[in-house]
Design a binder for this molecule. Structure first.
Ligand code: PEP
Length: 252
């Protein structure tokens, strides 16, 4: 059985006291309702060290990582730094990083590799924009993103990667891919991995769906055979919604 995961992505939200409160709420919810899935949150860099020191019941991830080891890269945060504060992993290649910071598939691949080299678990994001979906190019886009960023990895390395398919047109828009659309492309991504690394490895890889997942649609999406959970933005920002998403797995 591959890992089922409910992952939050806070993006650039929450002050220190708000972050502390939500982390404590997640922790106490998990303790009183042991989840049937792995739970993790990607949070702003400035809160990582305290979060990790105070919360051991769920994963604490950064929302990005530098592709460089160290040196003159003002404002960047390295994999070594994240390991030194015991962060569990990093969200890498989110569409907002691709869109606003012009990250390329090659850079994203380098970030995944340096995360792995430093013992961090990478969540690699891919997904097409609306024009690409409308033009029927989504399979090609996701194939190129995945192959360029991941296919230089060895089998032992790629085993540790979690993929998050996030159609850009569904992120923060309220518009969600249908469960059938999610299943179709998740199965496609798994088939790409199978062609390159073999079926057993592909079957063991968790592929999350992201894009306006909320309590009302989570169960239906998470029930699809190639969907192994979600990467959640808006609905990860309050305990009522986030706990309901964790609970979706209790019902599947
Ligand atoms: C995300 O940020 O990865 C995301 C999927 O956001 P939302 O759930 O708000 O669409």
């Amino acid at each position: 059985m591959r890992k089922k995961i409910v992952a939050g992505n806070w993006k650039m939200n929450k002050t220190r006291s708000e972050a502390k409160k939500l982390l404590a709420e997640i922790d106490s919810y998990i303790q009183s309702h042991p989840p049937k899935c792995e739970v993790l949150v990607g949070i702003p860099f400035v809160y990582l060290e305290n979060a990790k020191a105070n919360h051991k019941n769920f994963g604490i991830y950064s929302e990005d990582i530098s592709e460089h080891k160290s040196g003159a890269y003002t404002g960047e945060i390295s994999a070594e730094m994240l390991t030194s504060i015991e962060a569990d992993g990093a969200i890498i290649g989110h569409s907002e990083r691709r869109q606003y910071h012009h990250e390329t598939d090659e850079q994203i691949g380098a970030k995944v590799k340096i995360a792995l080299d430093n013992g961090l678990n990478p969540i690699f994001c891919n997904g097409e924009v609306l024009e690409e979906r409308k033009a029927g190019k989504h399979f090609d886009v996701v194939k190129k993103q995945t192959e360029t960023a991941l296919f230089g990895l060895t089998a032992d390395e790629i085993k540790k990667v979690v993929i998050a398919y996030e159609p850009v047109w569904a992120i923060g828009t309220g518009e969600t891919a249908t469960p059938e659309q999610a299943q179709e492309i998740h199965a496609f991504i798994r088939s790409l991995i199978a062609e390159k690394y073999g079926k057993d490895l592909a079957d063991s890889l968790s592929i999350l769906y992201g894009g306006s997942v909320k309590p009302s649609n989570a169960k239906e999406i998470f029930s699809k055979p190639d969907v192994d959970g979600g990467l959640i933005g808006g609905a990860a920002l309050n305990i009522a919604d986030f706990s309901a998403l964790i609970d979706a797995y209790a019902e599947i």
